[in-house]
Design a binder for this molecule. Sequence first.
Ligand code: PEP
Ligand code: MG
Length: 358
Amino acid sequence: KPELDEDYHTFMTWVDEIRKMRVRTNADTPEDSKRALEFGAEGIGLCRTEHMFFGEERIKAIRKMIVSNSLEERKEALEKLLPYQKKDFTEIFRVMKGFPVTIRLLDPPLHEFLPDEPEEIKKVAGELGIRHSEFAEKVRLLREFNPMLGHRGCRLGISYPEITEMQTRAILGAAIELKKEKIKVIPEIMVPLIGTPQEFRSQKLVINNTAADLFEETGESVEYKVGTMIEIPRAALVADQIARDAEFFSFGTNDLTQMTFGYSRDDAAKFLGEYIKEGILQQDPFQVLDTEGVGQLIEMGTRLGRETKPELKVGICGEHGGEPSSVSFCYEHGLDYVSCSPFRVPVARLAAAQATLK
Ligand code: PEP
Ligand code: MG
């Protein structure tokens, strides 16, 4: 943690007096959330939930869910994860003291939770109590040729609504806990990888039905919002339709850059250096927003979304949310907030103030 001296704080007070756009953070632990608050974050714009499944008991439960053969077995495995998830969210909400918190439903392809090495596969099969050959076959079947374009994001929630149900119960259950402590949280539940309004509507229905059940069971209720990532070009193109149901948009510019250029996020480093050296690209588009191409989609998505719903809250939560020229672009195009990693929050605050002055 850097020493933040008095001059820094005085300077940042001036920055915040000028700044109009909000700055949130990407955080998925209480520690990161606390650090981001110290750096001046005004909420969480992206709480990724996938890292929460890696503790010893949790990984076992999600693996059990993945290899289950029936809905009952899957629900049983998810039931084990529910208290862990609820605790995760309760702690984060408590640290964030009523600031908005956007929680994204599970995003990565499920095979990321499974082992790939033969030795490891054998060991895990033993831990799960299933036949080695059966488990190895499941692992094989779940592998994908192009996982970033595969069975991930809302596609998982559509295939396995029970995952969305469990996460919704955990998020809203945590908000109900905090209500008892007189801490008001209005959770924002965010659906990843939406490309069509139908996908969004289908997940929103699962979320709303689960919320209604939970409120009836507990006799308590809390406010919540349901919104979407805009990270597939198609979502920006049909943003007017998606905004009929979505209460907020958050541009996921990591995936949006990947899919707009057609450059794999995981492999582009192999040629981007050369592209920049040869002057084919001026900058790495995964670091500095490509205002010409990806930026047009942000402009279009925001404009179309607000044509349907003028009050639509719009933010950005890709890496670009903490990069000064990208922050400036977001301000110029009317975004309500940027969200970035905790250590980038002060830079984003400053960039937002500079954009206002400009
Ligand atoms: C994105 O795609 O920009 C994003 C924020 O999500 P992730 O990086 O987790 O895919
Ligand atoms: Mg993404």
